[in-house]
Ligand binder design. Sequence first.
Ligand code: AMP
Length: 144
Amino acid sequence: MTLHDAYDPDNIFAKILRGEMPAVKVYEDDAALAFMDVFPQSEGHTLVVPKGVEARNLLDMPADKLGPYMATVQKVAQAVEAALTPDGLVVTQFNGAPAGQTVYHLHFHIIPRWKDVTLGRHGSGEMADTDKLGVLADRIRMKL
Ligand code: AMP
């Protein structure tokens, strides 16, 4: 997938947004849906996906939708911090396969970091246990 290929409406996150695939949801509003990453790079790794757009990446995102979307990214990041009290928080996204993107619907990663805990590799590793993700999602939701 280059930066200029067409948006694929059947990408995984589009299917989650349409309710065609399951996700451990954390929060939803008019701008975005937040859910737990199933291959987390750290405990509490959360994704925030914009709704109502066909944006593969940040470059595609309609400017008028960016503000409300980023407000939700910040809201969820604040809740992750309040719930899990990490030492730091990575908030990031990738644009195009050579940059590391693997799912082509815009999303921000919220990745808690703790001193002396090594970060898991991006897009690899074992699938997390759904029940454990559910417990984390509940803890984050309580801080929203
Ligand atoms: P990126 O490589 O930036 O496109 O990130 C895609 C992220 O989505 C990775 O961190 C994957 O672990 C995660 N992921 C892939 N499939 C799913 C899924 N069905 N539910 C939740 N997270 C997913």
